[in-house]
Design a protein around this ligand. Structure first.
Ligand code: ZN
Length: 401
């Protein structure tokens, strides 16, 4: 196999077995679903970490069920990101902002009062309709060179293009970058927010690995990718959201570009920490978590305790399927998204119920499959009057709160 950034040979880093697409919930437990391999590969030449097998994007995203949840944590993150962009003049009140993979438009809605114009583009039919109904103009399409031509004709050149938690979601980043370089003028910025490989590795977040995540970017691999398109990094900021995210600020290379000192600082840190031994520990810890969690959950089940998972998340499906947990061990999965309720998790067949149903009949233990919202979930459960259920946190190591 070869690297989809630089075309060099790659080697296998971690094999998680097979899993169905993680966001494809089932209407009934009997519904058949294909499973596909989840194999992580690494390129020594450019540092790229990629998923070996890429699923068809139409199949993955056309009937997408992931709706950005309304959450105080996310809203705080939006404030953080917005203030970073304004403080550095990356955004001004005259900016035209285009967001790729804008989902229901929550972030655009957040910044809309402070900029000149916002437009979203998202391939999911139902989700882009919701955005448009809320007043966030959203084009339903994949972002690539072809759609960038249409966007330019219709809206003109954006000053800033955002790709938040979607840039790694397609098999060929070169296609997306061709669209970006077509659309941006020489002073325009491309801002990519993504899970950060160093955090994934250091915190044993193997559950970040699912079919939508086709790349696991580091500063090194992002620089290599941008260089191919005559672009470079001018700034970086780190955020604790989603288990550790990185925000890359990139632009077309020009002699006048001021490069923030953060780029050098974080590059040095990454060179020191993202070592072969860090990758080795990540793989060992992944197998250790599988073993510990499997013994804990089956032990609790055999002792007659009830267990629900909290969060019908993509990462939760990776976790359950890798460990081999099903509706035999897990009674229900709780999720606040109405679109997911009444459906079944792929492969594990666990039924998704609402928070109200869970509250009426709480379990002995919640396994936190949305551990990135841990404090928010625990507070919500306690404030609703449930003081008895305990919480099992799987990552970065298995523990009970
Ligand atoms: Zn490579």
């Amino acid at each position: 196999m070869t690297c989809r950034i630089c075309s060099a040979d790659v080697s296998v880093l971690l094999d998680l077995g097979t899993s169905p697409p993680a966001n494809s919930l089932k209407k009934s437990p009997e519904q058949f679903q294909d499973s596909y391999p989840l194999v992580l590969e690494i390129c020594d030449n450019c540092g790229n970490v990629q998923l070996r097998d890429c699923l068809d994007e139409e199949a993955l995203y056309k009937d997408y069920f992931y709706v950005t949840p309304s959450s105080t944590l996310l809203s705080r993150h939006y404030d953080f990101l917005q203030s970073f962009l304004f403080k550095n003049n990356y955004l001004t009140s005259n900016s035209f902002v285009l967001e790729i993979g804008s989902n229901v438009g929550l972030f655009l809605d957040h910044i809309k009062p402070n900029v000149a114009k916002v437009v979203g583009i998202d391939p999911a039919q139902e989700i882009s309709e919701i955005a448009n109904q809320k007043g966030i103009e959203t084009v339903c399409d994949f972002f690539n060179e072809e759609s960038s031509v249409k966007l330019k004709d219709q809206f003109g050149n954006p000053n800033i293009i955002l790709a938040r938690h979607c840039f790694a979601h397609n098999c060929d980043p070169h296609r997306m970058l061709k669209g970006v370089t077509h659309l941006l003028d020489d002073s325009g910025l491309f801002v990519i927010e993504n899970a950060y490989l160093l955090n994934t590795i250091e915190n044993n977040e193997f559950d970040q690995i699912y079919h939508e995540h086709m790349f696991y970017y580091s500063i090194r691999s992002m620089k290599a990718l941008l260089a191919i398109h005559n672009m470079h990094l001018v700034d970086i900021i780190m955020s604790p959201i989603h288990g550790g995210s990185i925000v890359f600020v990139a632009k077309k290379v020009s002699a006048e570009d001021k490069i923030s000192s953060a780029v050098g600082k974080y590059t040095l840190q990454e060179d020191l920490l993202l070592t072969p031994s860090a990758f080795k520990h990540f793989v060992e810890n992944t197998w250790r978590i599988k073993d510990t969690l499997s013994r804990l959950i089956t032990g609790l089940r055999d002792g007659g305790w009830t267990i629900y998972t909290y969060g019908a998340t993509a990462k939760g499906n990776t976790l359950l399927n890798f460990i081999g947990l099903t509706d035999k061990e897990i009674k229900y999965c709780v999720d606040s998204t109405p679109m997911k309720q009444g459906k079944y998790l792929p492969k594990s067949n666990v039924k998704v119920i609402s928070e109200e149903e869970s509250q009426a009949n709480p379990p002995d233990y919640f396994l936190l499959t949305a551990w990135n919202y841990r404090d928010e979930i625990v507070n919500k459960v306690r404030q609703a009057g449930n003081y008895t259920s305990q919480f099992i946190v799987p990552i970065p190591f298995v523990h009970i709160l």
